[in-house]
Structure formats: structure tokens, C-alpha cells
Design a protein around this ligand. Structure first.
Ligand SMILES: Nc1ncnc2c1ncn2[C@@H]1O[C@H](COP(=O)(O)OP(=O)(O)O)[C@@H](O)[C@H]1O
Ligand SMILES: [Mg+2]
Length: 172
């Protein structure tokens, strides 16, 4: 398919708890199209099963990529795709990527107050943030994509959305 007919896809990644869903809700309120990768995976049954030791689903990456390419064609102009595993979106459709970051102490507070996660899962996520896992995954899978990090520790969700939109509208 002609790439010019596809929407510009902007990834929003980051460790669970950094604020992807919060930011996505604000973007939707402003009229932007946002696809949640987790919801897409669950709604389409694109997983093999559960990894009980990690309390997470095992994604069928190959089928996910082909289904995503079909889905992306249904959108126009601009499409945000959010998920801690946003690196799984096929490269040829991506314009740029934002990785939300957070201080590990504040991230722990956010996870403890908003999630029903086990202690192990909270620690696993904090370690993932400290080890730059989401950032490295995006850079590894999409080496030619522009990647921006936003430290959300002291920013309000509105300020984060404004940063993202400022970048995008300047570039369009
Ligand atoms: N910029 C922010 N400042 C303070 N708290 C935030 C911010 N963004 C999100 N939160 C809070 O952190 C928690 C996790 O946010 P959420 O959007 O669910 O993260 P994610 O989708 O990345 O897992 C929620 O309780 C949310 O209200
Ligand atoms: Mg979320």
C-alpha cells in the first residue's frame, strides 16, 4: 500500500505507571485518534497465554504485526499507538516515538496507588524503568525513528500532552 495513504503513526511508550493511559485519554478528549496496544491485543486474542510468573500475557508478535498493519490502514491523518510494548508496531508505519519516563520513587508511588500488582511485579517494573528497557526496545527495533523522552515526574498530564503536540504540530 502507498505509504502516503497511511496515517502518521506516533508511538507513546514507557514502563507501566508512567502515564501513557492518562495522556492517551487527554489526547482523545482533544479529538486525536489513539489505539491502545494492550486493548488491541486482548480484543483480538493475539496472545498465546499467560506468563503466570510475571503476571502478563505472552504476545503472538507475528500475527500482531500483520493485524496492526491492517488496523492502521483504517485510520487517517495521525494515529497515536500507546503501550509499554509499542516497539512491536511495524517500523514502516512509524513517524516518531515518545518514551515517557519517571523517577523510580515516584513510579513506585504511582504503581502502588493505582495498580493491584504484586510486590514482585512492582519491583520488576521499577527495574525496567531504571534499566531504560522501553527506550532501548524502541531504539533497537526502530533505529531510524526519531525518539523523544519526556520526564513525567514533575509534569502535569496536560503539560506532557502539550509537549507532544508542540513537537508534532511543528513537524507537520
Ligand atoms: N503526569 C502525572 N503526574 C502525576 N500522576 C500521574 C501522571 N500521569 C499519570 N499519573 C498517575 O499515575 C498512575 C498510572 O498512570 P497510567 O496513565 O495508568 O500509566 P500507564 O498507562 O503508563 O501504565 C495513575 O494513578 C495516574 O493518575
Ligand atoms: Mg496504561
Amino acid at each position: 500500500m502507498n505509504k502516503s495513504l497511511l496515517p502518521k503513526v506516533i508511538l507513546i511508550s514507557g514502563t507501566p505507571g508512567v502515564g501513557k493511559t492518562t495522556i492517551s485519554d487527554l489526547l482523545r478528549k482533544q479529538g486525536y485518534q489513539v489505539l491502545s496496544l494492550n486493548e488491541f491485543i486482548l480484543a483480538n486474542g493475539l496472545f498465546f497465554g499467560l506468563d503466570l510468573s510475571r503476571d502478563s500475557v505472552i504476545v503472538d508478535e507475528e500475527i500482531l504485526q500483520s493485524k496492526l498493519l491492517e488496523e492502521i490502514k483504517c485510520f487517517s491523518d495521525l494515529l497515536f499507538i500507546e503501550g509499554h510494548n509499542a516497539e512491536l508496531v511495524p517500523s514502516n508505519s512509524i513517524d516518531s516515538a515518545f518514551v515517557l519516563r519517571c523517577n523510580s520513587g515516584i513510579l513506585r508511588e504511582r504503581l502502588e496507588s493505582s495498580r493491584d500488582y504484586s510486590k514482585n511485579k512492582i519491583e520488576e517494573n521499577i527495574n525496567a524503568e531504571i534499566m531504560d528497557e522501553c527506550l532501548l526496545a524502541i531504539k533497537y527495533h526502530h533505529s531510524s525513528t526519531k525518539v523523544f523522552e519526556i520526564d513525567t515526574t514533575t509534569l502535569t498530564p496536560h503539560a506532557i500532552v502539550n509537549k507532544i503536540l508542540n513537537y508534532i504540530t511543528e513537524k507537520i
